[in-house]
Design a protein around this ligand. Structure first.
Ligand SMILES: Cc1cc2nc3c(=O)[nH]c(=O)nc-3n(C[C@H](O)[C@H](O)[C@H](O)COP(=O)(O)OP(=O)(O)OC[C@H]3O[C@@H](n4cnc5c(N)ncnc54)[C@H](O)[C@@H]3O)c2cc1C
Length: 495
C-alpha cells in the first residue's frame, strides 16, 4: 500500500530522524518500519507486529449502546466501543478480530457532521484518552515541532503552546476537534502565513497498522508515504501520535467590513478585492440579501496573548461568536450581538471555542463543505445564488449563512488526494450552514446542492465535512484502505 524503497538507506535515515526527533527506543524492523516507543510511564510496545491476543486495559463496552455525532444527526451501534489508554491497547484491538470485530474505526470527539463515525457491528475506537502533549523538540531538519497524542483536542494544544509563546498556524474556531482526526482528514481555516489546513503542518505520524505494528512516517524520510497517509481518514491505520510544526506566536489584527452589492458577481468581486488587501480573509455571506461581513486578517507582530488594550471588547466578541456558532448561525437565537469593532488586535488562539454537546431540540451548527478554486468564486456565487433563490421560492427554505475560508494549496506532492490536491493556488470554500441538522428541508437542500457544487461547479467535497455524498461525488484511492479499518461508509467511495 504505502511507498516502500531501498531498506538500507531509508533505515539509516529513519534512525537519524528518530534519534534527533527523540523517539525513544526507535528501532528498524522488517518492511522498513520504525517502532516508536510509547511515552513513560507505559511500557514500550513489543517489537514488530503484535501476534496477539494480548491484554487490553482501556474502557470496553459491548452492550449494544448507541453513539452519536455532536449534532445528534447520525447514530451508530458498534459491536464494541473502546477507549484505549495506551498505544499497546490500540495494538491489542487491531490484532484481535474475534474480540474486536472488523472494521476497527478511529474517532476523536465525534464532531463530524457526516456518517464518518458510523460503524454498526464493528469496533469504534475513541482516542480521547490518548491526549498527552509530550513536548517541544527540534527535528532533524531544524524545525520546532510539538509531539502530541492523537486524542488531544485543539484548544488544549493551543493553550499549551500559547503558554510557551508558540503556536500552530491552524487556529480555526473549533477547539474540540482532535489532532488525529485532523491529521488524517480534512479541515479548513483562514490562517495567517500558512496553508490553512491542519495536516499541512504535520511532519510525522505514528500509527498502528493493520498488523498491529506501530509505524512512524516522517516527511524527511517517507515524504510520499506520509503525504498519502495524511489523506487516508484512518483507513490506512490509526494515528496515535503526531509531530506538528510550531512557530513563535503572533498576534492578529482583524478589520471588519460589511459589504452589500447588487449582484452575486459584484459581491464576489468585492470579496476578491478584500482578499487581495490582507494577509488572510474570512467571510460570512447572507446570500439572499447579497451582503457579507469580511474579516480581513493582518499579521500584527509577535505576541501570544490578547493585549489588555483589546479587552473587554475582544472577550465579548469571542463569547458572542462562540454562541452564534454553537447555535448554527441562526438569527435571533442569541441575545443581540455586541457591535463589531472596526479593528481589533488579538491572539487567534484565544478565539478558539469550546462547544457544549447539544440536545436534539437545541439549535446547533450543521454545514456542508465544498472546495473551489478562487478564480471560480464569481461563478460559484452566481449559480449558488440562483439555486438558493429557486429553492427558497419553491420550498420556503434557505440556509442561514454561507461561509468562505481561504486556503493556500501546496504542491500536489504534499497533498496528493482529496481536498487541496490541485497543486499550488488558492482555494475558497462556499459552505451553506443551518441550525438543525435533521430538518428535512435543510437535508433536501444539501442533497440537491451537492449536484450544483460538485457536478456543475466542479467543487471538491470531504467525507467528513460534506454530507449525503454518493460514490459519484467522491473517490478515495483503494490503495489507502485496509479491510481491517474500512467501514461500509468508506467502502462506497473506494476506487
Ligand atoms: C461546532 C463545529 C464547528 C466546526 N468548525 C470547524 C472549523 O472551523 N474548521 C474545520 O476544519 N472544521 C470544523 N468543524 C468540523 C470538525 O472540526 C471536523 O469534522 C473534525 O474532524 C472533528 O474532529 P473530531 O475529533 O471530532 O473527529 P471525529 O468526528 O471523531 O472523527 C472524524 C474522522 O476522522 C478520522 N479519525 C479520527 N481519529 C483518527 C485517528 N486517530 N487516526 C486516523 N483517523 C482518525 C476518522 O475517519 C473519523 O471518522 C466544526 C464542527 C463543529 C461541530
Amino acid at each position: 500500500m504505502l511507498d516502500s524503497a531501498e531498506p538500507s538507506r531509508r533505515a539509516v535515515l529513519r534512525a537519524a530522524v528518530a534519534t534527533v526527533a527523540g523517539m525513544a527506543a526507535a528501532s528498524p524492523v522488517p518492511h522498513g518500519q520504525v517502532l516508536a516507543a510509547e511515552p513513560a510511564p507505559a511500557a514500550p510496545p513489543p517489537p514488530g507486529p503484535v501476534l496477539g491476543p494480548v491484554p487490553y486495559q482501556g474502557l470496553l463496552e459491548s452492550e449494544g449502546h448507541a453513539y452519536h455525532n455532536w449534532g445528534v444527526s447520525h447514530e451508530t451501534k458498534p459491536a464494541v466501543y473502546v477507549e484505549p489508554i495506551s498505544y499497546a491497547d490500540v495494538q491489542a484491538v487491531v490484532v484481535d478480530p474475534i474480540r474486536f470485530p472488523s472494521p476497527v474505526s478511529p474517532v476523536g470527539s465525534m464532531l463530524s457532521v457526516t456518517r464518518t463515525i458510523v460503524n454498526d457491528g464493528g469496533t469504534l475506537l475513541c482516542t480521547l484518552k490518548l491526549s498527552d502533549i509530550l513536548g517541544i523538540e527540534t527535528d532533524a531538519a531544524g524545525r520546532s515541532v510539538v509531539r502530541v497524542q492523537a486524542g488531544c483536542r485543539l484548544k488544549k494544544l493551543h493553550l499549551w503552546l500559547q503558554s510557551r509563546g508558540l503556536e500552530i498556524p491552524f487556529q480555526a474556531e473549533i477547539g474540540d476537534a482532535t489532532v488525529g482526526s485532523m491529521a488524517a482528514g480534512d479541515s479548513k481555516d483562514s490562517s495567517l502565513g500558512a496553508a490553512g489546513y491542519f495536516s499541512a503542518g504535520v511532519v510525522a505520524v505514528t500509527y498502528v497498522d493493520e498488523q498491529g505494528a506501530l509505524v512512524t512516517l516522517s516527511d524527511l524520510v517517507d515524504e510520499k508515504a506520509l503525504a498519502e497517509f495524511k489523506c487516508s481518514y484512518g483507513l490506512s491505520g490509526i494515528i496515535v501520535e503526531c509531530l506538528v510544526e510550531v512557530r513563535s506566536a503572533r498576534l492578529c489584527r482583524s478589520r471588519f467590513t460589511v459589504v452589500a452589492e447588487e449582484s452575486p458577481q459584484a459581491l464576489a468581486a468585492a470579496i476578491r478585492r478584500m482578499h487581495d488587501e490582507c494577509d488572510s480573509l474570512f467571510v460570512g455571506v447572507a446570500l439572499e440579501s447579497l451582503q457579507c461581513v469580511c474579516d480581513q486578517r493582518f499579521s500584527a507582530g509577535p505576541g501570544a496573548m490578547t493585549p489588555a488594550a483589546s479587552q473587554p471588547v475582544f472577550d465579548k466578541m469571542r463569547r458572542s461568536r462562540g454562541l452564534h456558532i454553537q447555535h448554527g448561525l441562526a438569527p435571533k437565537t442569541t441575545a443581540k450581538p455586541p457591535p463589531l469593532p472596526h479593528e481589533i488586535v488579538y491572539s487567534r488562539a484565544d478565539m478558539v471555542n469550546e462547544y457544549w454537546r447539544p440536545k436534539e431540540d437545541e439549535p446547533r451548527l450543521d454545514f456542508q463543505y465544498y472546495e473551489h478554486d478562487l478564480s471560480n468564486l464569481g461563478r460559484v456565487m452566481e449559480e449558488s445564488y440562483a439555486f438558493t433563490k429557486q429553492f427558497s421560492k419553491k420550498h420556503g427554505f434557505a440556509p442561514h449563512e454561507w461561509v468562505i475560508y481561504f486556503v493556500r494549496r501546496l504542491p500536489a506532492t504534499k497533498k496528493p488526494y482529496g481536498l487541496y490536491s490541485g497543486g499550488p493556488g488558492i482555494s475558497v470554500s462556499f459552505d451553506p450552514t443551518f441550525s438543525n441538522p435533521v430538518d428535512p428541508l435543510w437535508q433536501q437542500f444539501a442533497k440537491s446542492y451537492n449536484q450544483v457544487a460538485i457536478h456543475s461547479l466542479g467543487g471538491r467535497a470531504s467525507p467528513i465535512q460534506t454530507q449525503w455524498l454518493t460514490p459519484a461525488d467522491l473517490t478515495i484511492p483503494r490503495k489507502l484502505a485496509h479491510d481491517r479499518f474500512t467501514t461500509k461508509y468508506y467502502a462506497q467511495f473506494l476506487g
